[in-house]
Ligand binder design. Sequence first.
Ligand code: UDX
Length: 415
Amino acid sequence: MRISIIGSGYVGLVTGACLAKLGNEVTLVDIDNEKIEAINNGLPPIQEEGITEILNQAHLKATSDYRQIADADIIFLCVGTPVSEDGAMSLEHLTEATGQVTRALEGERGYYVVVVKSTVVPGTTEEVVIPILERAGKKAGKDFGICMSPEFLREGKAVYDFMNPMRVIIGEVDKRSGDMLLGLYRNFNAPILRTDLRTAEMIKLASNTFLTMKISFINEIGNISKKLGIDVYEVAKGMEFDDRIGSKFLNAGIGFGGSCLPKDLRALIGKAKEIGYESRMLEETLNLNEKQALKLVQLLQKHISLKGACVGLLGLAFKPGTDDVRDSRAIGVVQALLQAGATVRAYDPLAMENFKKLFPQIDYVTIEKVLNCDAILIITEWEEFNDLDYTGKIVIDGRRIAKAREARIYEGVCW
Ligand code: UDX
């Protein structure tokens, strides 16, 4: 099929590359010329396992010209939908892209389906996207199709996740729209759920916020267990045998970051508020997460005075295997350390450049220099941190690095 993808960020690029690998003809549209050039030269603008190989083999081109989507069968909207601190989702890119798509597809032509893949709050496809697409005088569900099909890609494993989905959710305005999208997933071995548009939107937010709740829950159990002299990792092991609980996302630590989980949680809290519902459970999940990383700094203050101290950070990325620092737990920690008058030295194998844009005032150094600080905080569980010599050091660990226990003073954030 002829596929157009609007937005070549994380979701757009991976979706486009994987659909091209499956034999479709793919055109990516973006407003960023640097990205377009990189993609057309086979150089992915993101760090992602397996993507370079696909870009170099598959039938895929990138452009800034919306006219090139004119003969597409399926158009995916994959632009960013940032969420502010108070939970309001910005639809600026989505409305702009939808307007461009409407103009590119106006006039006489065959049936096509527009698929919203950007994460949006329930109601957005019906109340915002469809009215824009219908401006050209065509009717959704009659002259063209529309679906909402959320993506559940993990950074670093996004190509694998796309090719091996745990489920495919197809929200559809009518059966014909959904049937057309389903054609792309013909050979996938995954459960497929077909719903209406707003249910699909909610499935995405509910799935991600459930994961955040799981993390904040085990962190809370960790905080209580630590006070009682109990190891939360042993507790989690005991819980995991119950398959109603499951074994994933029970790693206690300093909480969740990244481009999706915190944002989706804030968006759902914001939407609930907008309709007059106060979700105490979701709000507390977020509050706990904000506080959890700062515990590292509080624990450290039991052992040293921060004013004038040199504090070393191991890890800045929101998780290992990525250079992404969006909503990384390191951000709050660095702010708190600087406020308390400490000097900060940090090391991360991939994320230092990105973190430097947020905090140019701290020192980016080698691992050895971090280890020579007065105390060390572990922020990200990079594997290489398990090979270091911590003897004689003061370490407060946010991610359960086993080797760090050999430190002279060792404390886990919630164990
Ligand atoms: C997540 C979801 O997993 C994916 O399905 C979604 O569509 C996008 O958001 P990603 O942002 O790549 O993917 O990160 P993920 O691997 O899920 O980890 C998120 C954060 O949670 C990280 O900061 C990680 O350190 C933290 N985490 C995860 C924990 O603190 N404990 C856990 O047990 C698991």
